[in-house]
Design a protein around this ligand. Structure first.
Ligand code: GLA
Length: 665
């Protein structure tokens, strides 16, 4: 077994040689070597070729691929090939096809057409995994197992009878008996009381708003069902390929919240994720930084793998923009700055047919005399130059709480506003701190908060007792806590808490919300006090402050003119801050600079707008990553050895659009 490439930041891609005649494979390996590619993810969509008929396995072609890669010094991240079953399988076992909310089958002909709860799928997937593990466990190219691919990307919610039975079993395990289910789901409402577990269904299409806790539990159940599919393959790999690390690629990018990743993390040997820059966002690079910090949080600070990103355009957005000069290096190194030690791509060679032929690749359809190929060569050189940062860690003084389950609950229907989107405030706060050069760890709701100077709780609608207690304990221990509107409203069953809106966090904050006043899309309210000149959107509320709670800003106009919008209450050595509206970016910058100053949170470096800074540290060494997204040169008063240009500097100058990695003196 090979160890993971360790002489630099690993660089590689999904490699789909089955799409090409064998003569091309040798050229592939030669070009991989030229580019500095040192790993390939092989077999992700190879089930149809590896098992062309039930129980008939054909591995000879894969033997040749692995041998060739090994001869070229390229490590293999070998997929279990179970992401997409072949047509013969789906045709023979139509009960494995997912079913939508209306009972319509989602047919094969695309990919990932399998039901998350299907035992038939498990049986065939684990059989293939076993064959692969038995054959390749000691192949010298093998460095990592890649189970399935992006679990839940297309098949996350299936409503078939198998899933219904699985849901009942899951409820039995979670709640013990039907009374507890009835209580958790609040079925006293709308005559929904169940008298027999067999009556319980997934939240299939109904007349109007479904039971929100049923919907929430179904999401939890589906995440667990897919995790069980992963674990079934993992168990096979542990038996037949012991000692070889195993991962599956998560999707921590914006808009993908299918799975409750914190519950998956204990089952992977290394956290890996995929990320694609979304052109529709106002600030795609801020989202990229958020996703990277979220992935590092899942990895508990350990180095993680970027399994996929793109060399240029993707094919699945409404308009697919090519990357501009310099963007590839900036995007890739943002991931490294924020803790990735592996840079993977989809895919090595651009396909000539199929649904993704317009998706960029490391080796583009237009060949090697291209911007993409030159960028890839430059990235290969950069990855090799960064060897010494591998294994180092990012440290942060600020924690931001992120909870998939809270997001599912918030984005359910029948809330004060359909415009409340989970993640909006989290992204706003993270982006503001990124502008200020402050690094943030994005943590799950049950992660350890000790040691952080500032804890951000952005619109965490569902907040269980343990999370609330941890936030309160951190504040009592001297941390500053900043909570934004509509947090701590419901418990884990999506039930309102006794004692008014947000009673537990409200007690910490020294505020009491009397009534919610969400704002219409486009509606703006002026703010005064420390946020004079800024506006709030999305949300406002009638807020009462307790004695000793300071009002920092109120509404200057609108229905709530004169009432509080931003408050601060001293708690021991720290403080609890509350933001009751979505303040604009300029206002958020002002507020956070005040909060950070109070909390003693320092930026990594003082930087001009558009310049991103992150520091990685190891025993006795630190590296400052400077990513200049702006169109002006950035100059930092820092000395050290710049790794990408391999020279000593007294002052670090980073050209417009450029990147620098400084081993600091
Ligand atoms: C995902 C998948 C890949 C490919 C890319 C395209 O990340 O894992 O197979 O479809 O998207 O962006």
């Amino acid at each position: 077994m090979r160890t993971w490439p360790s002489d630099g930041v690993a660089l590689g891609a999904d490699y789909n040689p089955e799409q090409w005649p064998e003569q091309v494979w040798e050229q592939d390996v030669a070009l991989m070597r030229e580019a500095g590619v040192n790993f390939a993810t092989v077999g992700v969509f190879s089930w149809a070729l590896l098992e062309p008929a039930a129980g008939r396995y054909e591995f000879a072609w894969l033997d040749r691929v692995l041998d060739l890669l090994h001869a070229g010094g390229i490590a293999v991240d070998l997929a279990t090939a179970t992401a997409s079953p072949p047509p013969w399988f789906s045709a023979a076992y139509p009960q494995t096809l997912p079913v939508d909310q209306n009972g319509a089958t989602r047919w094969y002909g695309s990919r990932q057409s399998w039901c998350p709860s299907s035992p038939v799928f498990t049986e065939h997937a684990t059989a293939l995994t076993e064959q692969l593990a038995r054959r390749y466990h000691d192949h010298p190219a093998l460095a990592l197992w890649h189970v399935s691919n992006e679990y839940g990307c297309h098949n996350v919610l299936c409503y078939c009878d198998t899933c219904a039975a699985g849901f009942r079993e899951w409820l039995g395990k979670r709640y013990g008996d039907l009374d507890a289910v009835n209580h958790a789901w609040g079925t006293a409402f709308w005559s929904q009381r169940y008298t027999d577990i067999e009556q319980v269904l997934p939240p299939r299409a109904s007349t109007t708003t479904p039971n929100p806790t049923q919907v929430l539990d179904y999401r939890r159940c589906t995440s667990d069902a897919l995790l069980a599919q992963y674990q079934a393959e993992l168990a096979v790999l542990r038996v037949h390929s012991p000692g070889v690390p195993v991962t599956t690629n998560f999707m921590t990018m914006d808009g993908f919240r299918h799975l409750d990743y914190p519950s998956w993390v204990p089952s992977v040997d290394v956290v890996s994720t995929d990320h694609y820059v979304t052109g529709s966002l106002a600030d795609p690079e801020a989202e990229l930084a958020f996703a990277a910090d979220l992935t590092r949080g899942l990895a508990a600070g350990a180095p993680w793998m970027l399994m996929e990103h793109s060399s240029s355009a993707v094919n699945w957005q409404p308009v697919n923009r090519a990357k501009l000069p310099g963007q590839l290096l900036r995007h890739s190194l943002t991931h490294v700055a924020r803790g990735a030690d592996t840079l993977g791509f989809f895919q090595w060679r651009q396909s000539r047919s199929g649904a993704e032929k317009f998706h960029s690749a490391l080796l583009p359809h237009a060949g090697t005399d291209t911007k993409i190929w030159r960028d890839v060569l430059a990235l290969g050189a950069a990855a090799a130059a960064l060897g010494e940062v591998v294994g180092s860690r990012v440290q942060a003084e600020v924690a931001l709480l992120w909870d998939y389950q809270s997001g599912w609950a918030l984005n359910a229907p029948s809330h004060p506003s359909t415009d409340l989107e989970y993640g909006e405030m989290a992204h706003d706060l993270h982006a503001a701190l990124r502008r200020a050069g402050v690094t943030v760890d994005i943590l799950g709701p049950h992660d350890d908060l000790s040691g952080y100077r500032l804890i951000l709780v952005p619109t965490l609608y569902l907040t269980d007792a343990a999370t609330t207690a941890a936030v309160v304990a951190a504040a009592d221990a001297g941390a500053h806590v900043l909570v934004t509107y509509f947090s701590g409203v419901v418990d884990e069953h999506d039930h309102l808490l006794p004692g008014g809106w947000s009673p537990l966090l409200g007690a910490l904050l020294g505020v009491r919300t009397e009534e919610h006043h969400p704002l219409f899309a486009g509606q703006r309210v002026g703010l005064d006090g420390v946020l004079a000149g800024s506006v709030g959107t999305r949300w406002s509320e009638v807020l009462h402050v307790a004695d000793g709670t300071q009002v920092l800003s109120g509404y200057a106009d609108g229905d709530l003119a004169g009432q509080p919008a931003v408050t601060r209450r001293s708690v021991g050595a720290g403080a609890a801050w509350y933001l009751a509206t979505r303040v604009d970016a300029a206002g958020l910058d002002i507020l956070l600079s005040r909060v950070c100053a109070d909390a003693g949170v320092e930026p990594v470096a003082a930087v001009a707008p558009g310049v991103e800074v992150v520091r990685r540290r190891a025993e006795g060494a630190s590296w400052l990553f400077v990513i200049n997204h702006s169109d002006t040169e950035a100059v930092l008063d820092r000395a050290g050895h710049e790794l990408l240009t391999d020279r000593d500097v007294r002052t670090l100058t980073v050209p417009a659009g450029g990147v620098a990695v400084l081993r600091e003196d």
